[in-house]
Design a protein around this ligand. Structure first.
Ligand code: PLP
Length: 463
């Protein structure tokens, strides 16, 4: 068996390999680079203790500076859906780099920007869409908030507890975690208000009651416009909350929000920066409920790794940007040609290789296997998710559900030591987030599951 595995290692290309730890991570070269980083970078920009430094990545593999090869179950925050260093994306970026690296934002567009925007308008869930490109997800969210403000004349936004929309000041107003907000409270717009997101695992009642409780809070708030700090023009929601713990709302949540928005005459903004482009097993997560949002924010997996994001919306709403004079929003790198070329090739990969369907089927298989682990490990309170967006919520007691935050970090470290990268997250820091590239192989999934199993055993034994 051992012999067969090592023969396979020799034959497998980097990208499809199983873990190979040659030096216990973090190794000396990573340690040295980390020490240099600490001397030149603002402190606390990388999580202490996880200090491996990446040198190369392809497919579902990452190689660190000490030559250790990992299976990446994070896809680097969900970005590498088409796999790290996807050859088609790399070729498109190389070809574009030889032609035009940078165009001129709101003054001179590039041909790549035209082509990508046509593509995004054609793919968007709303008919007759228009596009507004951004450099990162937070900016795309801010463009959506600005669009809603211009189009409705009502600056108020209803967002949700556990929502993560980015950390620049405008987006931070909609992000809910107090840790990120507290030092900057004075800069955060009071026009953004929050209500609880339906979190079935932590709700005292069944899914239907959880759904009704959350929707009735929204209905109550929208019924009292005069009581809000600013008139509400839009509801901003993640179809599945990502960074705060892969929280899957009960069926009917998005449809319920759509109905309440229509009744109140306000906009529904879907933040699909994490869920979009196949991650949940549909091209966009709103499609699970056949909901058409007014605006949709896209990023992360859209390019396979080059910074670019977008806000796409109904043409009638996007028309609100058409004021006489200079564009009301732009940025130096808006619509960067490299990003536009990368996005077109990543989208073509997703479509032509059937990666959305693959995310759906691999996700089911992976969730079922994780459920089996849950039956053997008391630390696992719940396995949940859709497609290849899976959360494992860890608790110290399955009945009272206290978050096992420390165990989540220990598990992340134990997996890393064995050659698997997972991310601990969630609003209590106790959810292991599993969001691998869609191109991950079944053999890699099986190897990663064995490692998670062993890491769970280690953490449970120590705890
Ligand atoms: C749903 C969602 N919205 C917005 C953002 C912010 O994107 P960025 O980090 O590119 O600013 C993120 C990032 O994790 C996200 O998950």
């Amino acid at each position: 068996m051992k012999g067969r595995r090592s023969l396979r290692l020799v034959m497998e290309r980097f990208g499809e390999q199983l873990p190979q730890i040659v030096t216990p991570p973090p190794g000396p070269r990573s340690g040295e680079l980390q020490a240099r980083l600490e001397r030149c970078e603002a402190p606390n920009l990388t999580i202490p203790g996880m200090a491996i430094v990446w040198e190369e990545a392809a497919g579902s593999n990452v190689r660190d500076a000490d030559g250790n090869v990992y299976i990446d179950l994070t896809a680097a925050f969900g970005v590498a859906g088409v796999g790290h260093r996807n050859p088609r994306v790399v070729a498109a970026v190389q070809q574009q780099a030889a032609l035009l690296l940078h165009a001129m934002g709101d003054v001179y567009a590039s041909d790549q920007r035209v082509a990508l925007e046509e593509r995004l308008c054609a793919l968007a869930p709303m008919p007759d869409a228009r596009c507004f490109l951004a450099t990162g997800g937070a900016e795309a969210v801010e463009i959506a908030i600005k669009t809603a403000t211009l189009a409705t004349g009502r600056p108020g936004v209803l967002a949700f507890g556990g929502g993560y929309h980015g950390l620049t000041l405008g987006a931070l107003a909609a992000t809910s975690r107090d840790w990120f907000r507290q030092p900057f409270t004075a800069h955060l717009s009071p026009a953004v208000v929050h209500l609880p997101y339906p979190y079935p695992y932590r709700f005292a009642g069944d899914e239907q009651a959880c759904l009704e409780a959350a929707l009735s809070r929204v209905a109550d708030l929208l019924a009292r416009p005069a009581a809000q700090p600013a008139p509400i023009g839009a509801v901003l929601v993640e179809p599945i909350q990502g960074r705060e713990g892969e929280i899957v709302p009960p069926a009917g949540w998005l449809r319920g929000l759509r109905r309440l928005c229509d009744e109140a005459g306000i906009l529904l903004i879907a933040d699909e920066i994490f869920t979009g482009f196949g991650r949940t097993g549909r091209l966009f997560a709103v499609q699970h409920e056949d909901v058409i949002p007014d605006l949709i924010c896209l990023g992360k997996g859209m390019t396979g790794g080059v910074p670019l994001a977008a806000c796409v919306g109904r043409a009638e709403l996007m028309a609100a940007w058409s004021v006489a004079g200079e564009p009301l929003h732009t940025a130096t790198f808006m619509g960067n040609p490299l990003g536009c070329a990368a996005a077109q090739s990543a989208i073509a990969e997703i479509e032509e290789r059937g990666l959305v369907a693959r995310a759906a089927s691999l996700g089911e298989r992976l969730r079922a296997a994780l459920e089996k682990l849950a039956a053997r490990h008391a630390l696992i309170g719940q396995v949940r998710g859709r497609g290849l967006m899976i959360g494992i919520e860890l608790v110290t007691d399955r009945v009272t559900k206290p978050p096992a935050t420390e165990a989540a970090w220990q598990l992340m470290a134990a997996c890393q030591r064995r050659g698997v990268l997972v991310l601990a997250g969630g609003m209590f820091g106790n959810v292991l987030s599993i969001t691998p590239p869609f191109v991950i192989s079944e053999a890699q999934i099986d190897a990663a599951l064995e490692i998670i199993d062993a890491a769970l055993e280690e953490v449970e034994r120590a705890g």
